[in-house]
Design a protein around this ligand. Structure first.
Ligand code: SF4
Length: 471
């Protein structure tokens, strides 16, 4: 049992200090303002070719408890299986599994579908790592969603992550204490045994401006927050810096009192930054939650209190055409794929030797593509999941996620900014047709590269023997 898991299981509030593999190694303290420390090595944050956490591991003493991140971006299930073996050999015990944000060199596959970038979903990583055994598994969760559908979609997927076997959760970086407070209440009500760490950082104006400019996926910084930090910085830079560390310290202490198991501390890897933050934590350590909150509010206030919520959420219902499309697709699916008659006839037809001939196989694939692409956006994945995704094709998500959203949507808009997040659309539809349970509980297996560009009709009725899809 890892030390980190013991901290969480024994409810010993801990600090997980984040380090990037692209930075030169730093000294990691054993404790932080009296709290036990772990370190995390983040994966593919600055570029798609950052040094892998497994390689950077040895730059730090063995005695330091470590959590390794694994990002699914640009990776397939076979890469993850290899990673698990390597991680085990290196004695790694704690993992944080993420689908990952957009690859810097993302390929949409418009000219050549085989070049399309793939993202291995966290849910599938958890399933595979659980089967492999021996790791303490964390997942990320973004509670900072301010439109109803994207919020629902996040919570549906959280349920799947936990059902798949996640041992602990780390939130997205965020500063809205109302959200952190209600998320902790939710976890205590529904998953009291799953510990949660909140991600925090000393938020300077420079960092906030950088994140807003770079549109860092999933991080919500309202115009109010940016304006406030700018004004504070311009008025008195020394006082502004003190306030930055005071706010971060108060947030950490409030998280502790709300019942969080610890915090994941980002952008605080330098000794002088750590010293300033520790000093501030110790200064406020004896305050009650209410006193911390009052001070926090005071430090986020000029003439009026800062509003952390972005504006512009549009909480509409699923349009009637979409509901009708779902209903007709559902009838067809039952009739042609799920009924006993269809299954018998389908397996008889597709068992024929004819389909082993390359020309017949290619014609079948083309027919399937033509009949489905225009209606649902099919891309011949070879493992049709429409029945489990309310007939909204996962391939229409730029990352191809089937189990639920990444954390990167912004008021329902996709991280790629060219469409509405398909998982918001799905969550809205699920409410309209009473299928929320499916989005919460159906663990959809990943599609291995070998399965792509084959006919899912044939694979549905005559599953390929020892198919890679059956993992
Ligand atoms: S559609 Fe949603 S889940 Fe897919 S990349 Fe966009 S924001 Fe992420």
């Amino acid at each position: 049992m890892s030390l980190f898991s013991q901290y969480l299981l024994q409810r010993q509030f801990c600090i997980s200090l984040e380090y990037l593999t692209t930075q030169k190694p730093h000294l990691v303290p054993k404790t932080f303002a009296g709290f036990p420390v772990c370190m995390t090595l983040a994966d593919r944050v600055q570029s798609d070719t950052d040094i892998a956490p497994l390689e950077a591991l040895h730059d730090y003493p063995q005695s330091i408890e470590k959590i390794l991140h694994y990002s699914g971006k640009g990776r397939d299930i076979s890469d993850f299986q290899t990673f698990l073996k390597d991680a085990q050999q290196h004695g790694v015990e704690n993992l944080l599994l993420l689908s990952g944000d957009k690859l810097k060199q993302h390929q949409d596959g418009a000219n050549d579908p085989s070049l399309r970038s793939r993202y291995l979903e966290s849910v599938n990583q958890v399933m595979a790592a659980k089967d492999f055994g021996g790791f303490y598994l964390g997942v990320a969760f973004n509670p900072f969603k301010y439109a109803e559908a994207e919020k629902d979609a996040q919570y549906f997927k959280l349920n799947k992550k936990i059902q798949a076997g996640a041992d602990y959760v780390i939130t997205q970086l965020g500063f809205d204490m109302d959200v952190l407070s209600s998320y902790q209440r939710y976890m205590q009500q529904y998953y009291p045994r799953v510990p949660v760490l909140a991600c925090v950082m000393p938020l300077t104006f420079a960092r906030a401006r950088f994140m807003a400019k770079q549109k860092v996926a999933g991080i919500v910084l309202s115009a109010d927050v940016l304006n406030f930090l700018q004004q504070e910085q311009q008025t008195d830079a020394i006082q502004a810096e003190q306030n930055v560390y005071a706010r971060c310290a108060l947030q950490i202490l409030m998280c502790q009192q709300l019942g969080y198991a610890g915090v994941h501390l980002s952008a605080c890897h330098k000794a002088e930054e750590q010293e300033k933050l520790q000093k501030a934590i110790l200064q406020f350590a004896k305050l009650t939650y209410e006193q911390c909150l009052a001070k926090w509010k005071m430090l986020w206030r000029s003439s009026v209190e800062v509003n952390f919520q972005p504006t512009g959420a549009n909480n509409h219902k699923a349009p009637i055409e979409q509901v009708l499309k779902y209903k007709s697709m559902h009838v067809m699916h039952e009739l042609f794929f799920s009924s006993k008659l269809a299954k018998g006839a389908g397996s008889y037809i597709f068992s024929a030797k004819l389909w082993q001939k390359p020309k017949a196989d290619a014609a079948l694939l083309q027919t399937e593509f033509i009949s489905k692409h225009g209606i649902v956006g099919c891309e011949s994945c070879g493992q049709c999941r429409l029945g489990e995704t309310l007939y909204i094709c996962p391939e229409t998500c730029p990352k191809g996620l089937a189990n639920g959203p990444c954390g990167g949507s912004n008021l329902d808009r996709c991280e790629f900014e060219d469409r509405e997040c398909i998982h918001s659309v799905k969550a809205r539809l699920a409410k309209a047709v009473g299928q929320e349970k499916m989005l919460k509980q159906e663990l959809i297996p990943t599609v291995a590269i070998e399965t792509r560009h084959s006919s899912s009709w044939k694979n549905w009725f005559v599953p390929p023997t020892s198919s890679p899809t059956e993992q």
